[in-house]
Design a protein around this ligand. Structure first.
Ligand SMILES: [Zn+2]
Length: 254
């Protein structure tokens, strides 16, 4: 089967999550036959089964947490249980920053006993999952956070999760065939303490990194009010690159 990515949820920002204007479920990746759940926020288990066709979390090979903010990992516990058949079958892998594994995060300690492997993510780390390789990019967020670059079937997929903008950020994602960017903010002029990307920042990154295909997701309230599908279309025309905004349930082949 061809590699694909399915957005079970596209919510970013607390208000969008709280109101479920967009679902806050995670992103399902199918790469070289490996099933990977990235950042299972609230509702992920429900959206797996509501998906058409259904996605069975018992078939997951790995769960990856980019950081332990609640919209990225509240359903991790229940998905680890599903992946390991309630902890009775030691299988699969859980990847998460050390801070998420060792501090007071939503990831339960007892659940961490269930997977075959629990792997702390570190800066510039290199990881293997069957035939899939991926590496981390240290982001600047209020907790330990890593962006991810996957290599599968000769393609590179970058997942640029929550972060403040910093000058070297676009360089890390150069050479990606597809880039997924979390864009929480509409307006560039937010206090630095917000530590999220705006639409303006996303455009700078795309312009510098030049991915063949970009998908914007993880929308805050103001981005949604500004119709991200129209903004992505305009950006696409300005840059001459393929850019689209994610919808809940959207599946894209790599
Ligand atoms: Zn966050």
């Amino acid at each position: 089967m061809a590699d694909y990515i399915k957005f079970l949820g596209t919510a970013g920002g607390r208000f969008v999550v709280a109101t479920q204007q967009r679902y806050s479920a995670g992103t399902w990746l199918s790469l070289s036959g490996q099933n990977i759940m990235l950042d299972p926020g609230p509702g992920t288990l429900v959206r797996c089964w509501a998906s058409r066709p259904k996605l069975d979390p018992r078939h997951l090979d790995a769960i990856i947490i980019s950081h332990h903010h609640i919209d990225h990992c509240t359903d991790a516990n229940v998905l680890v249980e599903a992946m390991t058949e309630g902890g009775y079958k030691r299988r699969g892998a859980l990847f998460a920053p050390r801070e998420a594994l060792e501090t007071d995060s939503p990831l339960c300690r007892y659940v961490q006993e269930f997977p075959e492997r629990v792997v702390p993510l570190t800066e510039d780390g290199q990881y293997e999952l069957g035939p899939v390789r991926f590496s981390t990019v240290a982001h600047q967020h209020s907790v330990e956070t890593y962006g991810l670059i996957f290599e599968s079937e000769g393609k590179r997929l970058g997942l640029l999760v929550d972060t403040a903008y910093f000058d070297e950020l676009p360089d890390h994602y150069q050479g990606c065939d597809m880039l997924v960017i979390n864009v929480v903010l509409a307006n560039r002029d937010h206090p630095a303490t917000t530590r999220h990307l705006s639409l303006w920042h996303a455009e700078q990154i795309i312009q510098q990194a030049q991915p063949n295909h970009t998908i914007l997701t993880h929308f805050g309230m103001h981005v949604l009010q500004n119709k991200p599908w129209e903004i992505a279309g305009e950006m696409s025309e300005r840059l001459g690159l393929d850019i689209q905004s994610a919808r809940d349930g959207m599946k894209v082949e790599l």
